[in-house]
Design a protein around this ligand. Structure first.
Ligand SMILES: Nc1ncnc2c1ncn2[C@@H]1O[C@H](COP(=O)(O)OP(=O)(O)OP(=O)(O)O)[C@@H](O)[C@H]1O
Ligand SMILES: O=C(O)C1=C[C@@H](O)[C@@H](O)[C@H](O)C1
Ligand SMILES: [Mg+2]
Length: 171
């Protein structure tokens, strides 16, 4: 089966919902942020501080180049994966791409709570970045799921159902 790639802004729930989808569906699970952190033995915050965002984006791109050859995976991406067109066309080649969409207040309340998001400090910057990115999430999505007020379990079920339906219409 094709991969299920989850995209969306910081705090959308890609990592959390992705793990539940994998457990429901029997697909494997990979979180690109966690994969990179484990690979280089440094937190995202440290990578940004020591090497800069550009280096992190190169690592992310290298991982997408690897993932384009994999299947049967749920892939939770980092919030910025859509910034590089090359990432997305590689992932899309073998995946159904699902955009998990939330409102900005919900996203900030969640995203500001952790150190894995060096770009989620200032609310003004957070909003600006969201406005810039939203058209890209929509452009690359095969399916858009409105996640506001939905539990992780309900979202996981809704996404599995939507992907099955999407695949049916493609055969
Ligand atoms: N549907 C939901 N309802 C309530 N809380 C949620 C929901 N989805 C995720 N959360 C919570 O929001 C926080 C952020 O979720 P998560 O880390 O999965 O986001 P993400 O999209 O992977 O973010 P990033 O792009 O930074 O990796 C977590 O604390 C998670 O438990
Ligand atoms: O939205 C972003 O640009 C990011 C989101 C996180 O998942 C991490 O990939 C990193 O903090 C950058
Ligand atoms: Mg995540």
């Amino acid at each position: 089966m094709k991969n299920i790639v989850l995209i969306g802004y910081m705090g959308a729930g890609k990592t959390t919902v992705g793990a539940v989808i994998a457990s429901y569906s029997g697909l494997g699970f990979i979180d690109t942020d966690k994969y990179i952190v484990n690979r280089v033995h440094r937190s995202i915050k440290k990578i940004f501080e020591e090497d800069g965002e550009k280096t992190f984006r190169r690592m992310e791109n290298r991982l997408c180049r690897f993932l384009q050859h994999q299947d049967n995976l749920v892939i939770a991406t980092g919030g910025g994966v859509i910034l590089n067109d090359d990432n997305m066309w590689r992932l899309k080649g073998n995946s159904v791409v699902v955009y998990i969409k939330n409102n900005i207040k919900t996203l900030y309340e969640r995203a500001k709570k952790t150190e894995t998001r060096p770009l989620a400090r200032d609310y003004g910057e957070f909003i600006k970045r969201f406005v810039d990115r939203e058209p890209l999430y929509e452009k690359y999505a095969d399916i858009i799921i409105n996640a506001e007020y939905k539990s992780v379990r309900d979202l996981a079920g809704e996404i599995v159902f939507a992907v099955l339906k999407f695949n049916e219409t493609r055969i």
